[in-house]
Design a protein around this ligand. Structure first.
Ligand code: FES
Ligand SMILES: [Fe+2]
Length: 441
């Protein structure tokens, strides 16, 4: 941590203009510290999925604001979020990303803790003073005060007096519902299907890029060319989804016609009409999909099954740290490390009750598009890092996001714009400024 950042609400507000933002938002460590306090430290932040914590003793290590935390499942089946710090002399306890262990053991003087953070055993107990009371909470691993789950998705907040989780993520829970509804058994799980990468850039750059539909023609030109040279329908492995997705990155303005960007309160955004008419990453009928659809119809009935599959939204951003693509069973999680370093965790969900091949397809699609070695995400990361490098050096203070400003309209529940617009960035910074100034988004 750097020194305690003290900026007045007026100074924060002055950093965001209708068409631009001050470069400090990306390049200043002091601003990052304030983001960790006011955004990641006060909002509900997604941490883990319940399927990663199946049995008592299961744990998952991640970050909440500037702190490292461990998400655990206790013997009472409840989920806890604990600071990864020993209450004795402060050592980091857990150095593994995930696993299962009856106790969390501190490596220094071997105090051990139950998955709910309470102190279990202390070696040489008799050498501590008589007043040493193992049940005293000061000797327990510190708990994050509020943990809530929305249909298996675990959120926590450091805010001692938070607003209800649904007040924050409410307008976006429909996309979480849609992912779960796509599972014939009504459950999804993260099953050995995750990877993560670190890029040298600010966390906001990833969320902006996920809502920027103007860059693919230029940034992904090499894979567009490869897709164009590949005959249609060749790949039976994935219903041709990868090729069509790669090719769609080269679409011109006319072909994007009909796609809309939506910006909601609290910084959330998404794209609609993305898979329209099966042009992009279509799900054409084939034996695997037919079996999947039959299972879905058996579970939901034909009308609901059709409605579930028809949801046509892409890159749903649940601000500030999730990007959801329900149709491809995938989710990306933004974990900020410093003003210029970010982890992206990428997860693929298994739809319970669906044929295994659907899961394998989703993993192949994800690996091709979003893995560190993919034809798409590696291009994006290069742009994120070049942007950060440019902003770190930039002598001029303002970063422009005016594209589409004149065509943006206020619609039901938020802002609406055509595809060639930077409205999502404006919408994210509206929430950012409100949170950073200490006001509700
Ligand atoms: S620092 Fe953990 S037991 Fe001493
Ligand atoms: Fe991209």
């Amino acid at each position: 941590m750097h020194t305690d950042p003290s900026l007045t609400p007026e100074e924060i507000r002055a950093m965001v203009r209708p068409d631009s933002v001050h470069r400090r938002a990306y390049a200043d460590p002091q601003i990052f510290d304030l983001e960790m306090q006011r955004i990641y430290g006060r909002q509900w932040i997604y941490l883990a999925h319940e399927s990663q914590l199946k049995k008592p003793g299961a744990f998952f290590r991640t970050r909440l604001a500037q702190y490292e935390v461990i998400v655990t499942r206790h013997t009472d089946d409840k989920v806890y979020v604990l600071h990864n710090r020993c209450p004795h002399r402060g050592a980091r306890i857990c150095m593994t990303d995930s696993g299962t262990s009856r106790l969390l053991n501190c490596p220094y003087h071997a105090w051990s803790f139950n998955p709910d953070g309470t102190l279990s055993t202390v070696p040489h107990r008799e050498s501590y003073p008589a007043s040493f009371d193992m049940t005293d909470p000061k000797y327990h691993m510190e708990r994050v005060p509020h943990v809530e789950t929305y249909r298996g998705f675990i959120f926590a907040t450091l805010n001692p007096d938070p607003r209800p989780l649904l007040d924050q993520i409410g307008p976006m829970t429909d996309i979480i519902d849609n992912l779960i509804d796509r599972a014939p058994d009504g459950e999804v799980e993260i099953a050995d299907s995750s990877f993560s990468l670190v890029y040298k850039g600010n966390w906001k750059l990833h969320l902006e890029n996920a809502a920027d539909i103007f860059h693919p023609t230029f940034v992904h030109a090499s894979s567009v060319g490869a897709a164009r040279r590949t005959p249609a329908g060749k790949s039976k492995m994935d219903q041709d989804q990868v090729r069509t997705m790669l090719e769609a990155n080269g679409f011109g303005k006319d072909q994007w016609e009909g796609i809309q960007l939506k910006g909601l309160a609290n910084g959330h955004t998404y794209m609609t009409n993305f898979y329209r008419k099966g042009v992009v990453a279509h799900q054409a009928a084939d034996p695997v999909f037919d079996r999947y659809k039959a299972a879905l119809v058996a579970a939901h009935g034909p009308d609901k099954a059709d409605a579930v599959l028809a949801v046509d939204r892409f890159n749903n951003i649940i601000y500030p740290n999730l990007v959801f693509n329900a149709q491809h069973q995938q989710m990306r999680v933004t974990v900020p490390l410093s003003h210029d370093t970010t982890i992206i965790r990428v997860h693929c969900f298994r739809l319970k009750g669906a044929p295994d091949e659907m899961f394998h397809r989703a993993i192949r699609f994800l690996s091709t598009l979003a893995s560190p070695a993919s034809m798409i995400f590696s291009d994006d990361v290069e742009m994120l890092e070049r942007t950060q490098a440019g902003l770190d050096l930039d002598p001029s203070p303002w970063v422009d996001f005016s594209r589409g400003l004149d065509t943006e309209t206020a619609g039901e529940g938020g802002q609406i714009s055509g595809v060639a617009s930077e409205m999502p960035m404006r919408n994210q910074f509206k929430a950012w400024a409100a949170l950073m100034a200490g006001e509700a988004a």
